[in-house]
Design a protein around this ligand. Structure first.
Ligand SMILES: [Mg+2]
Length: 420
């Protein structure tokens, strides 16, 4: 049953300059960070008007320990957020509309958005399906001052995709990323290069890059709860305690980041990862996750006409220890099952007596453009299957066709359970 509609997010951009000096033409570098708002859920609401104004949760299935990928803004007041078990989301917001993700559709929309960004500058770093950095240094003559250019980008994305995004405009990547997150949805936040420390002062330390639960806990024990407190703390002590990481955190707390954008042509690898809602040692869940990740990576490789010869498996254990294992094959591949079987093999030595996993990732690197079919002779058999899967998904969405191993016990539309 549906509750009364909640107002949909505003589409009017919010310009928050912090101070009247928000735009300084003398600043040497301007970066925009764009982040789509509740991306998967917003696409579903766009394509299904009957979902608009209602809580929508896109994610894996509750009975398979699935995890929420995106919750619409209407679902968030109920405490539903991404990476939460779908079962928990159902408890908190039973009347929400629960949908399985359609990654193929989302990556098509993603390509459309990246296309819009490339009409502003070739210097676009796509960091995920719904997130990108743009280096707009020196674009003023074409598009006006950076805040104006950001507003234009936001408008074009809205006009052409009917989706809202939030943008941060700042003198570096780190600040732009922090800024885009502050006024979601449909936000536009400009960081005044002259008052960067004011901008950061009251933010919780979790906003800093590289501060996960463990580092945050350690910093909080030192009384360093805000970025401002961290900035005022002696760098030497941070370095003593956290090594190189401490030095980096100190620089970020002062708003310093000189990292460069990684541009498309320099892309060295393609990967996908999943953080489990609860740490798991369930071999069936681990295996289904590996296959799902391998299919996602394979599909994206084929969409971009890429093939790579190194398969990478990333593991994070319950204690946050993180490992990567890789295997380099004699020929490049973009095939789901080749990726999956390699990742599966790499995983085996790490399974064992109750060992708990927090995260699994699968990647492919060491790219070459796909060569002659003969180069693929040994692993040629699956290619027509992958192509057929891609075509059917393009037409009917991801849920239309999945490998038997991925078919859930209950079909998404509530029909009779499928068998393996
Ligand atoms: Mg987003």
């Amino acid at each position: 049953m549906l509750t009364a509609p909640v107002p949909v997010p505003t589409t009017a951009p919010v310009i928050d300059c912090g101070s009247p000096l928000c735009y300084n033409a003398a600043v040497s570098r301007w970066i925009i960070h764009l982040d789509m708002d509740a991306f998967f859920a917003a696409i579903e609401q766009r394509d299904h008007p009957e979902y608009r104004g209602h809580p929508v949760v896109v994610g894996g299935e509750a009975d398979r320990r699935g995890v929420v990928a995106t919750a619409s803004y209407e679902a968030r007041p109920y405490g539903v957020h991404s990476a939460m078990p779908t079962a928990e989301a159902r408890r908190r917001c039973p009347h929400a509309i629960f949908l399985l993700p359609d990654h193929h559709k989302y990556s098509q929309v993603s390509r459309q958005i990246m296309g819009i960004l490339h009409t502003f500058t070739p210097l676009v770093e796509q960091v995920s399906v719904d997130e990108a950095f743009l280096d707009i240094t020196g674009c003023e003559r074409l598009f006006g001052p950076p805040p104006e250019m950001a507003r234009r980008i936001q408008e074009r994305v809205l006009q052409e995709t009917q989706l809202t995004c939030s943008l941060g405009v700042a003198p570096n990547r780190f600040l732009a990323k922090v800024a885009s997150d502050l006024r979601k949805p449909a936000g536009l936040v400009v960081v005044d290069p002259n008052s960067v420390e004011d901008f950061l002062r009251d933010l919780p330390i979790e906003k800093l890059w590289g501060v996960g639960e463990v580092t945050a806990g350690a910093l909080r024990r030192l009384g360093l709860t805000t970025v401002g407190r961290l900035a005022a703390y002696p760098r030497e002590i941070l370095e003593e305690r956290f090594g190189e990481h401490g030095r980096h955190l100190h620089a970020l707390a002062h708003g310093q980041d000189d990292s460069e954008l990684t541009l498309g042509a320099q892309r060295k690898s393609l990967s996908a990862e999943t953080t489990f809602a609860r740490d798991t040692s369930d071999p069936e869940l681990l295996d289904a996750t590996l296959l799902d990740l391998s299919e996602r990576v394979g599909q994206r490789l084929r969409e971009q006409a890429l093939a790579g010869s190194t398969i990478v498996l990333k593991l994070r254990f319950a204690d946050f220890r993180t490992l990567t294992r890789r295997e380099t094959r004699s020929e490049p591949t973009s095939e789901d099952l080749v990726i999956y079987h390699t990742a599966h093999r790499l995983l085996q030595p790490h399974l064992g007596a109750g060992r708990q996993f927090r995260l699994l990732g699968v990647g492919v690197s060491n790219f070459t453009a796909p060569g002659q079919p003969t180069l693929f002779a040994a692993s040629h058999r699956q290619r027509p299957v992958d192509a057929a899967l891609d075509q059917i998904r393009a037409k009917h969405g991801d849920a239309a066709l999945r490998r038997a191993r991925l078919v859930r016990k209950t079909a998404p539309d509530g029909k009779e359970p499928e068998t393996d």
